[in-house]
Design a protein around this ligand. Structure first.
Ligand SMILES: *Cc1c(COP(=O)(O)O)cnc(C)c1O
Length: 358
């Protein structure tokens, strides 16, 4: 992880969204709540940190990070005591979980702030729009918790695009909750990296009541997530996966023998004759990353992968022991960060070893 690139990306997003009245919640779940990555985001001006897992919030707090934190996945009821200890704000959707948070906050002697999530069509988390006022009212009736805002999440489950219509609906709902309950909502959280197209499209239209976006992938990988286009001005090379060559030989590319299933049961790839090229095996596989999400160096091609072998073709053999640099998509990054076999380095770019190929 290149901290300078992450700092740059977070800073550009913060300063681009600030004139619209939108603050950034920096989401660290794809990097397992890395304190170094969180620190780079905070230095760049994100308003708070967002995490989906209490374990990662505990890691951040354990590293001495005192910034405001928001649990962006509805808490597990079984974890509410841990949640109120490390999160300042939780996104919630279930009355019984809100009650458990209320009891946990009372027991801990704190006040826990809640953002009620509303489902505007992507059909993942959230109460339905018609149920939002009642859900917000229940929060107001309980001790130990405070209604902090409302939020929505689109795109993740069904690819529903944040647009002028559903974002205006969220603004209207904020007005409706305030009018019905006589409260003021501090946070109206419009979504994730899939919201950038909407936010940056036509500044004349305005963003209504929305004053927060929870951004992970766009900070870490420099892309919006509806089309995975690079966001202008952002770096797409903040995350890299380096893997070591364990074998490299010029040998035939066409399999010999009767063909059935591969290690992962998929139909084997059609024989592709790359006679004369080298087959290079690097010591990484499905157990470490998502091979389909790796971007190999120029001139090389990923041929296939099993649990612990990734086969790459290249014009000439490489040295055993050499390292190959791969770019990563979100899926490859997530799994690489989660694998115990992958060492996680956070450092400035100059210290990252040069790629062995490409
Ligand atoms: C993961 C997640 C985010 C961040 O999404 P990115 O696409 O990484 O920006 C925001 N909100 C919620 C609820 C999430 O689960």
């Amino acid at each position: 992880m290149d901290l300078a690139a992450i700092h740059h990306n977070a800073g550009v997003l913060v300063s681009t969204l600030a004139p619209l009245g939108i603050a950034v919640t920096g989401v660290t779940k794809a990097v397992l709540g890395s304190p170094a990555v969180a620190g780079a985001m905070l230095d760049a001006g994100v308003a708070r940190l967002g995490e989906s897992r209490v374990e990662n919030l505990e890691r951040l707090r354990g590293a001495g990070i005192t910034a405001e934190t928001m649990l962006i996945r509805s808490p597990m009821r079984s974890q509410v005591d841990r949640v109120v200890a490390v999160a300042d704000i939780s996104c919630v959707t279930e009355a019984s979980v809100v009650e458990a948070l209320s009891a946990a906050a009372m027991a801990a002697g704190t006040v826990h702030r809640l953002v009620v999530m509303v489902d505007l069509g992507d059909r993942r988390e959230g109460v339905l729009p018609d149920d939002l006022v009642d859900a917000a009212r229940r929060v107001l009736e309980l001790p130990g918790v405070r209604l902090h805002g409302i939020g929505t999440n689109l795109a993740c489950q069904n690819g529903v695009c944040p647009d002028l219509t559903n974002m205006a609906q969220l603004s209207d709902l904020a007005d409706r909750v305030e009018a019905a309950l006589g409260v003021e909502l501090v946070l109206v959280s419009g979504g994730n990296s899939a919201n950038l197209e909407w936010a940056l499209s036509d500044p004349a239209v305005g963003v209504g009541r929305i004053n927060d976006l929870r951004l992970g992938e766009s900070i870490l990988l420099g892309r919006e997530t509806l089309h995975r286009h690079p966001v202008p001005g952002l770096r797409v090379d903040a995350a890299s996966l380096f893997a070591e060559v364990i074998e490299s030989k010029v040998k035939p590319s066409t399999p010999v023998g009767r063909i059935a299933q591969t290690a992962f049961g998929w139909a084997p790839p059609g024989p592709l004759d790359e006679a004369g090229t080298a087959r290079t095996i690097v010591a990484i596989g499905h157990q470490d990353t998502d091979p389909a999400g790796l971007d190999p160096p120029l001139g090389t091609r990923i041929v296939g992968a099993s649990s612990d072998h990734l086969v790459v073709s290249s014009p000439t053999p490489l040295e055993a022991g050499a390292e190959i640099r791969f770019g990563v998509d979100y899926s490859a990054l997530l799994r690489a960060m989660t694998s115990p076999f992958v060492e996680h380095l956070v450092e400035p770019r100059a210290d990252v070893r040069a790629p062995a190929a490409g």
